[in-house]
Write a protein that binds this ligand. Structure first.
Ligand code: D6G
Length: 791
């Protein structure tokens, strides 16, 4: 249990760190210095629970979970730590007595943006839940020097700028210079593998503290270093640039996060990144296991390795290599041991996102692994009679490799897991019928309700106590209160406070005046055609047209909020961003619609921005083409914070709707099956456009340059795309979406009804805690348990 933390002690330690760790006097301390001093003072309090957890884990000699992920989208950590330590009010008071504002200090922390979107944020939520549940676990990933790019807008266009989260000291990590492993590439196999090139993976550990500091696990990130720091010979010959080349080449491996989570980068460096962190992690896992003196064949009793998507799928052959080449295990046994340790999570059905490596590149980079994969494939084909190959069409298919080498494969929502069985892994599912299971994603309530939404947190705790924070299903105890107008008023007052906070945030950043009583309608996520921000902005234009046609009508005021980045090479997504910004310019300047409709798109959407937008949202846009969004987790965060969803039957929307109730969810659009059928119809998009005068008008306006007067042809390509290749069925769902938005308008002005629907969304979202998800993985996949002593 946590001890009460006195603000005086904390203040003493903040000042001590300011002086002794940073060498600064109070007179010249900057915001950065204060934030770092507070972080160090709190970090001191994390170390004991961290050590205790490590000791207990060794004593128990049980199973550890290893979560391998290319991405951990952590965001800020200071507030997490303060909250989990129960040191929030002590920190506030300590800073206040030093003349500082807690919120300002906390918000000074740069986001650790080591991820692109949902997949990376899920990994961060899982770490939080693993620690809260007291399951011994490690996250393993890459310590990218540059996380996800910073997004700027220049005349409405996305510009990418390198991000530099490590330009300031990252207070939360401990460098472990003594923990390093060689990782080889290339070369040839002469009985044993002789790599042509070797880099060093060096560990950095960040403690991940659970709720009430009852447990702390470790996030271990690898940084690439050269084996020889500096080529003195070249330097002495006067080749100053040549002297630093080995270092630059090695460091390149952990320099940049690939800025895309759905398309395969196809670059040698990406393959090297994947192998680099997977190999270092597995070497570390085997080293730790052996330090405990167990027999190597008992590895699966002590080690559960989860592969977050196919990025670490090389773990299969790499573990086999470590067992065979370095520990003398026989090949067949090694394959069986590896399978019993490994499990794989599939995150997408998009064919372009299922990784495949060119066979030539693969053979050049990882020759020993290619040989092992051939043996794995042979064994799989011979043992099962399956015709599904891992190596095919001159490429190595990482999805098939991950599947064959995993004892469990899971999808991330009920619908997605069914589609995984029917589509991408149809044949493998026939061969291994019990392998695919479902684990619907979840989100951590510590960050996504308790921390980011103080007004609602207080109301909930006053109403049902604080037990919900690590037992989110207790939110159902709010249900009886949803019939009480006093509670509903308080619920909407909390929402209003969050909307006012957001309106202030906007007024600091833009010259827009925001009316907090307008409906805040939010779509925040990566920009992608399947997520259909395009449909949202088309509907916005159509709505604007209707207000202008009937300016004296009763229109529900709306603020349309967009946020998200496009992959730098994804041309269509970038055009969609440009269009949204162009439309915003025209609509926001229109005196006729002034009080009824505005569009904002703050640049550089990230975790911290989500934390201010989500609590303030009235409406959550989850409008992907059915069958395309594997789960979504933003959808859960919104519902939990009392926003109503307008959405399709896609991903976890299906389960959200089931739980919050169909009457508290605005459903529209084709189902996944109807989507497939519609695509088979001849010229379906032209037919849909022709049948919709509203959509035709909008598309004509765009094509005529209404939103790009200086450059009328700017969006011809986008408009043509909808006519000719509307693969994501924007045109087919448009009218239904528009009509459903009007139902949202009427619901919103019925304040009592809306309040009840919103509160019921919160009360019924408890199941979407990542604690529930992690319990599911622990039971169904890892066979691991909690070591938490709750007494
Ligand atoms: C983490 C936590 C720390 C522990 C260290 C080494 O940094 O308490 O001492 O890991 O643990 P092993 O990697 O040897 O298990």
């Amino acid at each position: 249990m946590t001890k009460t933390i006195a603000s005086e002690d904390l203040q003493f330690n903040i000042l001590r760190h300011l002086k002794k760790s940073l060498g600064k006097d109070t007179a010249n301390a900057t915001l950065y210095d204060w934030r770092t001093s507070l972080s160090l003072a709190l970090r001191d309090l994390v170390v004991d629970p961290w050590f205790q957890s490590t000791r207990k884990t060794y004593e128990a000699a049980g199973k550890r979970v290893y979560y391998l992920s290319m991405e951990f989208l952590i965001g800020r950590l200071l507030e997490d730590v303060a909250v989990n330590l129960g040191a929030e009010s002590a920190s506030r008071a300590a800073l206040e007595s030093l003349g500082l504002d807690y919120d300002e200090v906390v918000h000074d922390e740069p986001d650790a943006a080591l991820g692109n979107g949902g997949l990376g944020r899920l990994a961060a939520c899982f770490l939080d839940s693993l620690s809260t549940l007291g399951i011994p676990a490690y996250g393993y990933g890459i310590r990218y020097e540059h996380g996800l790019f910073e997004q700027h807008f220049e005349n409405g266009r996305q510009i990418e700028v390198a991000e530099g989260w490590l330009s300031q000291r990252h207070t939360w990590e401990f460098e472990r210079p003594e923990v390093n492993y060689p990782v080889g590439f290339g070369g040839h196999v002469n009985g044993t593998w002789e790599p042509a090139e070797t880099v060093i993976a060096n560990a950095y550990d960040t403690p991940i503290l659970g709720w009430k500091a009852r447990w702390a696990n470790t996030l271990r990130l690898w940084s690439a270093k050269p084996t020889v720091l500096f080529d003195l010979g070249s330097f002495n010959r006067g080749d100053l640039v040549g002297a630093v080349v080995p270092e630059a080449l090695a460091r390149a491996i952990s320099r940049v996060l690939y800025p895309d989570d759905t398309t395969e980068a196809g670059k040698e460096l990406r393959l090297k990144q994947e192998y680099f962190f997977t190999s270092a992690s597995l070497q570390d896992i085997v080293r730790r296991f052996k330090s405990e003196g167990f027999d190597i064949e008992t590895l699966p009793d002590h080690v559960a390795i989860q592969l977050n998507d196919t990025h670490p799928a090389i773990a299969g052959p790499e573990l086999v290599r470590l067992l065979v080449d370095e520990n003398g295990v026989e090949m067949k046994t090694a394959i069986d041991i590896a399978k019993a340790c490994l499990a794989y999570t599939n995150h997408t059905l998009l064919p372009e996102a299922l990784e495949r490596w060119d066979l030539g590149l693969f053979a050049r980079t990882l020759p020993r692994h290619l040989h092992i994969i051939e043996i794995i494939e042979e064994e799989h084909l011979a043992a099962t009679g399956s015709h599904v190959r891992i190596i095919e069409d001159h490429s190595v298919k990482m999805g098939e490799l991950a599947f064959v080498m995993a004892h469990r494969v899971n999808g991330v929502s009920a619908l997605h897991s069914e589609l995984v069985k029917k589509t991408v892994f149809h044949d493998l599912n026939q061969t291994y019928p019990d392998r695919i299971i479902n684990q619907t994603n979840g989100v951590t309530p510590r960050r996504w309700l308790y921390s980011c939404n103080p007004p609602l947190r207080s109301l909930i705790s006053e109403t049902i106590g604080e037990g919900w924070v690590d037992d989110l299903e207790q939110l159902s105890r709010l249900e009886p209160h949803c019939a009480d107008s006093g509670f509903l008023d308080a619920f909407m007052a909390a929402k209003r406070a969050n909307k006012e906070r957001l309106a202030c945030w906007f007024s600091d950043k833009t010259d827009l005046q925001i009316d907090p009583s307008a409906m805040f309608d939010v779509q925040i996520k990566r920009i992608h055609e399947y997520k259909r921000q395009f449909m949202n902005i088309l509907e916005t234009i159509a709505h604007w047209n209707e207000i202008r046609d009937n300016p004296n009508g009763e229109w529900t005021p709306r603020l349309k909020i967009f946020g998200g980045k496009a992959a730098p090479g994804y041309v269509v997504a970038k055009e969609i961003i440009h269009l949204i910004n162009d439309v915003a310019k025209v609509i926001n300047a229109d005196p006729v619609t002034q009080d009824r409709l505005k569009v904002v798109y703050p640049p550089n959407y990230n975790v911290s921005m989500a934390e201010i937008l989500i609590p303030a949202a009235d409406l959550s846009e989850q409008i992907s083409t059915a069958g395309k969004e594997a789960s979504g987790t933003g959808n859960m965060k919104f519902a939990l914070n009392g926003a109503l969803t307008i959405g399709t039957l896609d991903g976890a929307n299906v389960e959200i709707r089931e739980r919050v109730g169909a009457e508290n969810f605005f459903l529209f659009g084709l189902t996944a099956e109807e989507v497939v059928e519609r695509r088979n119809q001849h010229d379906y998009s032209r037919a849909a456009i022709a049948a919709s005068p509203r959509l035709t008008r909008v598309l004509n306006q765009i094509a005529d340059g209404l939103f790009s007067p200086g450059d009328p042809g700017r969006y011809h390509g986008l408009v043509r795309l909808l006519h000719e290749h509307d693969y994501f069925l924007v045109t087919c769902d448009f009218d239904d979406y528009f009509d459903t938005q009007r139902q949202v308008d009427s619901a919103f002005v019925d304040h009592a009804r809306w309040a009840r629907m919103a509160a019921l969304n919160t009360a019924r979202s408890g199941w979407f805690s990542s604690d529930r998800t992690i319990r599911g993985y622990a039971e169904d996949i890892w066979n691991s348990s909690s070591l938490l002593d709750r007494s």
